[in-house]
Design a protein around this ligand. Sequence first.
Ligand code: IDP
Length: 158
Amino acid sequence: LCRSPCDASVEKERTLAMIKPDGVFGNYTDKIKEVILESGFSIITEMAVQLDEGNATVFYAEHSHRDFFPGLVKYMTSGPVYIMVLEKVTAISDWRALIGPTDARKARISHPASIRAMCGMDSEMNCVHGSDSPQSAAREISFFFGEMPGGIVRHDEL
Ligand code: IDP
């Protein structure tokens, strides 16, 4: 149903999508981008980045007290990641739904069509990341494209 004014006023969201090192190593980047475009997202900007211990620690700061944190930082710095800013009306929840649950082993059972089911390994090596709220989307986009302390600095036309 199309309300007036038909589409120009529909507010689009942006979210941060990341193909993690296992996804990049496994050559899943092109396939994942295909799924993204088929699912109606626009890719606003994209880049490959090598995280170091410092910025991986800042990116995942909310998990710094967890047992798995040192392993997570090691994993996230094990090779390049591929960053994309995705845009769509409900980009944040749609991208989370498309990637599936955190544990790829569970994703293969409960969400077999999800990206993590396709290319993830387990609860750590799960191939992709997606912002989980408007607040984290803003923070994570600014981490990679803004001026966040400890973040990657690249200015793009966002
Ligand atoms: P999410 O990526 O689905 O939002 P979070 O709970 O925010 O999941 O965890 C961030 C990342 O930390 C996960 O994507 C995964 O790589 C890693 N992680 C989460 N839980 C575990 C765990 O129990 N063991 C090992 N790594 C984990």
